[in-house]
Ligand binder design. Sequence first.
Ligand SMILES: [Zn+2]
Ligand SMILES: [Zn+2]
Length: 268
Amino acid sequence: MYLVDYHTHTHCSPDSSAPLANMVRAAQAAGLRELCTTDHCDLQQEDGSPLGDWDWKPILDQFEQAKVPQNRDDFCLLLGIELGGGHTDPQRAQKLLEGVPLDFVIGSVHNLSPAAGGRDFFFLDFQEEALARRTLDDYFDSLLALAPLPCYDTLGHIIYPLRYINGRSGHHITLDPWQEQLDQVLGTVIETGRAIEVNTHNGREVEQWRPILERYRQLGGTRVTLGSDAHKPENVAKGLDRAARLLREIGFSSVTLYRQRQPRQQPL
Ligand SMILES: [Zn+2]
Ligand SMILES: [Zn+2]
């Protein structure tokens, strides 16, 4: 199986301390054919304030240093970014991506909308179920704003708030009440030729993707990227074999790869 990990972080992200070289070694040890490094560039900071000055240099320098010695015939290291909150400042999002030799861009929403306070979902306490539902209303408004914008190639971890709402606070909320919004988001992704991501959250979330993938396929979606969201070497590739099997089971025959932001289908 041609396995790739298209969602990984290094110490260039505020929530990781891993050097890229260690992530690459872990990817090669796990038998991956491609590793795409996708550090955070979030237009909404954790507390909701807008991104300040941004410098690509640490990411580009690290990538150049790792690429030359590591790339082999059977392995390829790619440069990506996880661009968060692009819909909060679409012009800045476009500007940030200009002139950078990126292979791939994940578009993510990690925060409430600025009007709702803008905080990262990670810091919210979802004990109260009504707050969880209001958060999902707000989240889908954000996804609907992000979906048509050109500042991403794959829509990152669509089920992200459920990590905290169900995973941490113990609710059993499904996305069924937001089916209409979800369909609209998926429809826009398909019409504009983009992909959705199956994000295994370090191997913890695979089966949770089934309803989204089934609906995406029904609507005509074909492009899917795979990522572990590893922030440490030991989590690289976690759950990707199961995610690939799930894709096949649902009827997808390929995974989407990127070079210079151009998609290509690779048979699974
Ligand atoms: Zn993310
Ligand atoms: Zn991430």
